[in-house]
Design a protein around this ligand. Sequence first.
Ligand code: NAD
Length: 514
Amino acid sequence: MTQLQERASATSTGAPASHAVPHWIGGRRVQGTSGRRGPVFNPATGEQAREVDFASIEEVDAAVAAARAAFPAWRSTSLSKRTEIMFRIRNLVDQHRHEIAAHLTAEHGKVPSDALGEVARGLENIEFSTGVAHLMKGSYSEQASTGVDVYMIRQPLGVVAGITPFNFPAMVPMWMFANAIACGNTFILKPSEKDPSASIYLAELLAEAGVPAGVFNVVNGDKVAVDRILEHPEIAAVSFVGSTPIAKYIYETGTKHGKRVQALGGAKNHMIVLPDADIDMAADAAVSAAYGSSGERCMAVATVVAVGGVGDTLVEAIKARLPKIVIGPGSDPESEMGPLVTKQHRDKVASYLDLAKIQGAKVVADGRQHPLYKDSDGFFLGVSLIDDVGPGMECYQDEIFGPVLTITRVDTYNDALELVNGNPYGNGTAIFTRDGGAARQYQFDVNVGMVGINVPIPVPVSYYSFGGWKGSLFGDLHMYGPEGIQFYTRGKVVTSRWPDPGTSKVDLGFPRTR
Ligand code: NAD
């Protein structure tokens, strides 16, 4: 067992409460001194596995001071050296993907196949960032005026911060820190307090890869830590991923304090199924994308919009697949879907089922019938399917964020489009059809940031950028990929000339190029 493996198993099997998940400041674990902590549960057993330290204002300030101190040397580190370190991080994350996944299963509850998928999609972003030498290239215009050259260079911003949600405790931090540090910034991560251990494990991997102390820091905590990040005068930019109300708050508060902010919010992703679609393909996709990760994905399909006469066949095909989904703890290799993250969240999700019935929808499958819902102390809920859902119902309007799929039936493509474009969220959407023209029209018409054509979860690869529209994103730049590089750098334009004896003269006019 390597040192890192030992540390991983020590943390994932549950440390005594006296060893709460600490912060990572200045290249080492720092146990919190605020006296405030939060519980971290094992969602599959319902037991509290450990606690996590909640940072005070002073502890956030200490992380900023460490990041500030590390910035001059890190930004001066050559591109080739930073590239080498990003490659080493890439290799260590790859080597330790099972240990990272174990943390995700232990605290989030996602099953190992899903957890390994999360690590793989995060790793893509580190791979992208190894191209930083190319990605940070500026531009050069020779002879803009006689003897004058103009060029643009990209420089890092300084200390930047990332605030992340519970549902991707490893991937979303990688969306942010890979490009941020590759570009020469120093970084402070505030992970979700529900599943914080993966961040500390990643911090250790980064240190082992040669990331200097202070370049990557983790402060665990709650609103106190977030608010200090938003107000701290030495933090130049904040990346956020989480629910829409908090994303809006982060954007408004961060920008008010002069920061660059990208804040990705919640979602309600629609999957349109046209009458000519391959029904088996559409049903497989709907089931995979609605119930994978217990529906706790911002790109989960939350609602299927059945167009024309396709509703009955499609609902039957989806329904037939539901009993085959194996629900259980991540410790069972057969499990395909795990528990929800907390009991409160599980109960909130389940509450939509009675509400839907009262509001006139038809509950085709009720997740509360699953034996694990009744018999286990874990936060399990079976899969639910609700048909005949209208746009006024709460199960349509709210982001449920659980294993509940709703079906809305409409007559035409235009009705479907109107529904999607009228929804306040605009993260992802998919259309299932065999008609290339209809798919192209949808891609043209729809007011959503990420579109899948016969692809239910169109999360862009790392060399494109990720971002929704409308209430799913506050800010101008999408996350990771080329827009991530733009977010974490700013352009500086230099206009230069060199002495040419005898040609200079006093000229009080505004400088012209001709
Ligand atoms: P959340 O908004 O509750 O929390 C996100 C982060 O904000 C956490 O670090 C949390 O500690 C902090 N936070 C929570 N309440 C706060 C407050 N009042 N003030 C300051 N900080 C606060 O989100 P969550 O429940 O952890 O994650 C699920 C949500 O994230 C869903 O809405 C999901 O759609 C969204 N999400 C979006 C994307 C995307 O890319 N658009 C990706 C993943 C998750």
